[in-house]
Design a protein around this ligand. Sequence first.
Ligand SMILES: Nc1ncnc2c1ncn2[C@@H]1O[C@H](COP(=O)(O)OP(=O)(O)OP(=O)(O)O)[C@@H](O)[C@H]1O
Length: 613
Amino acid sequence: MTAGDGVTPVGREPAGPTGVPVQASGAPEPPAPPRPGAERAVLRLARPYLGRLLGAGLLAAATEFAGLALMATATWLLMSAAGRPPLDRLTVAIVAVRALAVGRGVFRYTERLAGHDAVLRMITDVRARVFATLAVRRDGADRRTGDALSRLVSDVEAAQDLLLRVLVPGAAAALVSVLAVGGAALISPPAAGVLAVGLLLAGVALPALATRLTRRAADEVAPLRGALAVDAVDLTHGAADLAAFGATDAALAAARGRAGRLARLERRLAATGFAVDAAGVLVGGLTAAAVVVVALRADVRGVLVGVLAVGTLAAVEVALALVAAARQRTQLRAGLARVADLLTEPAAPAPATAAPPASGGHDVRFEGVTVRYRAGAAPALAGFDLDLPAGRRVAVVGPSGAGKSTVAGVLTGAVVPTEGRVTVGGTPVSDHPADDLPRLVGGLLAEAYVFHATVRENLLLGRPDAGAAELADATRAAGLLDWVHDQPDGWDTVVGEQGGQLSGGQRQRLALARALLAAPPVLVLDEPTEGLDPAAADAVLASALAATPAGHSVLLISHRLSGLAGLDEVVVLEDGGVAQRGRHDELVARPGWYREQWLRQEAAERGYLSLAP
Ligand SMILES: Nc1ncnc2c1ncn2[C@@H]1O[C@H](COP(=O)(O)OP(=O)(O)OP(=O)(O)O)[C@@H](O)[C@H]1O
């Protein structure tokens, strides 16, 4: 039962690589280089906050400039004070030092406030877009919870860091470097030339070197983190199965291998970072020395030489922020590319036209629907036709893999047909607004999720405004009411994560009750009695059908043929095509898969087979 899991058949695949393809050895394949334009795709979402970001950038530049000016003025003040001049010659400098010290703190504070305000607003948009895309994404690879979580949390933070740690400080450092050269030129143009060279080394050459040295390792980090998040989810959720198959050690070893590789990469990145930082300090010292020599040769004397030396050290330090920004940018590339993959994808299958609302009724029609999940593979559904006018009840049966769940997936919009179309109320499913379709079509889909909440909360998801009587009716129809009454906490019984504190049958009944409570006009029931013994299955199916309001249509997907006698039509699917169709008694009378299977199931369930030799 895989069709309803949300997949995109061939030709509709979303763009871009996802996660880390893991080789049998457990070592991740080298990542594809992040595609260009990822930053642009993310930054496009920052547009509404451009004013705030510009403000933050200017405040950051003001902070750095105040720091630089503070160092230069303080140096001038200290050196001048050593000559014991009259106090009034120092007054302006004293006031300037105080003002710059206070101003720097104020600028820094307001810059952080403005920058974070803009970025947190933008991140909210990014997260909402990423979440919306993940929620409807149709390729199997991205159904991995860990990877999705990693994209939502750490990759999205890359977008935040791109602005706060790369663009804003980078732009501020570049601006202040230019101002520093201008300031030095007022004292000595040749010294300013040397300073410019030093700043170019610190702000251009070193960042380029840092990028070159760390790019490859950095590109591997984000997908590896995603893979580790997948490991964490698999190891936790699959712990019992891994133990049952004696595979725990191998799975742990593979995860440990990835964790070790991540640690090695991060160590390498840190070591390269330290080396580049050390080179930055060296550049600062050498530039200051060269500036002093050139200034002395240019006849600059006394206090101003000291101001130039200290100012140079401070300016180079400001320019070195560009090294940190470049390093950060390199490390963010892969994460940004993973986010951009999702941002550049349509968040949901957009309606082609403004769809007419539910006034079209809820007649359902499948017209030549073909679904092909993979290129070259046989179609899961081939030219499937079905009429399900309002009030009709149809069962789709057939052997495993025949395409039954795919029919349900196409009807609920989870699977997009490769050819043909499905209409509800005359409007193609893909043209119904995403919010409207579940009100028309819904029910119990394959692998229905039961939440870690109370029985009541799980049920109310189907219809939030349901009253006590409606809750009881739906639960009774699903055969779960006695169990609820037997629980000490009754409706407030917590069912555990993924319904883990329920038996398989109880979980299925709870999901069925929720579907019955929701009572959409087109009720899809995909294997509603899975996990129940034959007698219970017959009883539950009968009561569920009886509880469905007249006028509502039912599409029942089932591998059991019992209890179908009351339905208007039974469609037998084989290899994606319709092999037989008719009412139950007609099909039982005719030779074919249905009759054979019916006789076999009847015999097995009545225990006759056990009497066979
Ligand atoms: N998400 C998917 N990706 C690729 N192939 C898929 C996917 N879902 C289903 N298929 C393939 O499509 C075919 C039909 O699958 P489907 O789940 O519709 O069959 P089914 O009749 O419901 O089977 P079952 O009774 O075992 O649940 C199968 O061959 C299956 O392998």
